[in-house]
Design a protein around this ligand. Structure first.
Ligand SMILES: [Zn+2]
Length: 173
């Protein structure tokens, strides 16, 4: 059996925006990889001398383990990477690190494209995308302009707009 990491105590988990992004990205990665059902949980481990890896897929529980150091692009790459290991396991293709590295890179590109598409759809529907909000990513990612959670805000705005348009159209019926 695989040597799984020790789960980090909750106070060492990443900030809220990062955990939300990780969950949304993992569910979408799972779906786009053609895997059935849903992934199980994301579990966080702190990087250390024995934990050189950024992530790990546990085929027994379908948990995806992620390093608490991951942020931004590197977080998305790792989620794509571990989801490819899940796909390899599901298809009984055997373990390929090369494919997983390539899949991580592809997933990052797909996620960025999806965010761009959702912005375009929101603009085409006449809903302002509003000011770009910075994510509270500390450290080296601080200068990155990427807004990986933009799609969630766009979806929220679309849902809110759909509701108000409906009540306006229907009057007080
Ligand atoms: Zn790997």
């Amino acid at each position: 059996m695989r040597d799984l990491p020790v789960e980090a105590p909750q106070e060492l988990w990443p900030d809220h925006a990062t955990t939300i992004l990780a969950g949304a990205a993992l569910v979408w990665a799972w779906k786009t990889a053609g895997l059935p059902g849903w992934p199980s949980f994301i579990r966080w481990f702190t990087p250390g001398a024995k934990q050189q890896q950024l992530g790990m897929f546990d085929e027994e529980t379908r948990n995806v383990w992620l390093s608490t150091d991951l942020r931004g692009d590197e977080l998305l790459r790792t989620i794509g990477h571990e989801t490819e290991h899940a796909r390899q396991y599901h298809r009984r293709e055997g373990f390929s690190e090369g494919y997983a590295i390539a899949a991580g890179e592809r997933f990052l590109g797909k996620w960025s494209q999806r965010t761009t598409d959702l912005h375009a759809a929101a603009e085409a529907s006449g809903i302002s995308r509003g000011p770009t909000q910075r994510l509270p990513f500390p450290g080296p990612d601080d200068d990155a302009p990427a807004d990986h959670l933009a799609h969630l805000r766009v979806l929220e705005k679309r849902a809110a707009a759909a509701r108000s348009a409906y009540s306006f159209d229907r009057g007080s019926a």
